[in-house]
Design a protein around this ligand. Structure first.
Ligand code: NIG
Ligand code: FE
Length: 416
């Protein structure tokens, strides 16, 4: 199967010499060709260039030609942080927050993550697969081609395994590239409130060996926050996860400055995510680390949190990734187009920085940047074509619109 996309107004996100991530001033540059062509063969990117330097195609058999005049082509977004397997919704808590309760107060009343845990325990595997597939389809049509999905609404051995098996099933049912994360340390479950030690022992001694035996998770994540898990507990859990083959990630500095970034860097995390309460010492620690600082503008927007210091991190020479945090409590949307707008409008990132954050750098945060996140020969043929627009900056400019018209995943058009 071959696809030729021709007359592309802007082919953006190209790399002649592919990098695994972009940091600091490198993020300002988005490789771009005006009036371009792009050839896909089977599930890979086969070539690209300027229409003027058209090299021609020698084999026209089975070739599908798409005319992208006045349209922009980008690599599909990579979304390195979601909780999109969940049951029900939390619209009631949304209204409670409007009426004055805080996210923390809702949790203290037994809501929040514990509310979703109850709903998830009551749901069957089939119901969870069906609703998560619908969400995967939704984000795919918005331009996402690879996604990480966390457990963390089970909070018991049986239900955490159920969630991870659902994620494994999704890998076989969805065309998206999917990575799985074990987030048993999302909260202490209702039945063990007051006995966190017992729950941590359960995570380490019972859940992790089973998850490792079935190879259900690539990553291990911890919600490092007051009333959830301390810095020391985070390091303990991540260290145990590593022994079971799971790379660390951390929910860090979302509601307070609590040590999550430092724990993540110390444990060798691939990413530390949220970062609203990051200070100079965290920025310093992230320098010379392999950890990707990842911002989640959907959750910051929905919970009305302070802006993460994305601008300061980039100006300090760090890379920054952006992901959706798609989940029922703090970010009930996986729309990466909207997140680009928040990055540009509120965080003062340029469109180039925001797109690099949402593609290559987010791919890095799930060990996919060698194959995903940019347009380079031999990479996965995951690209989207916009409607007719003047250029890629029009995507963050047009907040709330879906300008994605055609999505190609693994060399196949999935929009029709
Ligand atoms: O990434 N911060 C912790 N976890 C999720 C929210 C989970 C929830 O409220 O259901 C987050 O924001
Ligand atoms: Fe999250």
């Amino acid at each position: 199967m071959k696809i030729l996309i021709k007359n592309i107004k802007q082919l953006a996100g190209i790399e002649d010499e592919p990098q695994l991530k972009l940091a600091g001033a490198q993020m300002k540059k988005l490789g771009c060709i005006e009036n371009a062509w792009l050839a896909l063969e089977d599930d890979k990117i086969a070539g690209f260039g300027r229409m003027d330097d058209w090299e021609g195609i020698t084999d026209w058999t089975n070739l599908t030609i798409i005319d992208a005049s006045d349209k922009v082509v980008l690599p599909c977004y990579c979304d390195s942080h979601t909780h999109l397997v969940y049951a029900g919704n939390r619209v009631g808590e949304f209204v409670d927050r409007i009426n004055g309760l805080s996210y923390e107060q809702i949790f203290e009343r037994g809501g929040g993550i514990l509310n979703s845990a109850q709903k998830l325990r009551d749901a069957s595997e089939d119901e969870l697969v069906e609703s998560a597939l619908a969400r995967l389809n939704e984000i795919m049509l918005q331009g996402t081609g690879a996604v990480e999905i966390k457990s963390g609404y089970g909070l018991s051995t049986e239900s955490e395994l159920k969630m991870l098996r659902v994620i494994q099933k999704l890998k076989t049912l969805s065309p998206l590239t999917i990575k799985a994360t074990f987030l048993g340390a999302h909260a202490v479950p209702r039945e063990l409130q007051g006995d966190k030690r017992k729950y941590i022992d359960l995570l380490i001694n019972e859940m992790m060996p089973k998850i490792a035996a079935e190879k259900l998770a690539d990553y291990c994540d911890v919600f490092c926050e007051q009333k959830y898990f301390t810095k020391e507990e985070t390091i303990e859990i991540l260290t145990a996860g590593k022994k079971h083959g799971m790379t660390p990630k951390v929910h860090a500095e979302q509601l307070s400055n609590f040590g999550g970034v430092l724990a993540g860097v110390e444990a060798g995390a691939i990413s530390v995510d949220h970062l609203e309460f990051v200070e100079a010492k965290e920025i310093e620690a992230l320098k010379n680390s392999k950890t990707m600082p990842t911002i989640l503008p959907g959750a910051a927007f929905f919970l009305n949190l302070p802006f993460p210091p994305a601008r300061q991190m980039i100006d300090a020479g760090l890379p920054v990734a952006v992901a959706s945090d798609y989940n029922p409590g703090s970010s009930p949307s996986g729309n990466m187009n909207f997140l680009l707008s928040v990055c540009c409008v509120q965080y003062k990132m340029t469109p180039e920085e925001a797109i690099n954050a949402a593609t290559l750098n987010s791919a890095y945060a799930m060990d996919l940047s060698a194959t995903h996140g940019s347009i380079a020969i031999g990479k996965q043929a995951n690209v989207f074509i916009t409607k007719e627009i003047p250029g890629y900056s029009f995507i963050p400019y047009s907040f709330g619109s879906n300008l994605v018209e055609t999505v190609i995943i693994g060399g196949k058009v999935v929009t029709k």
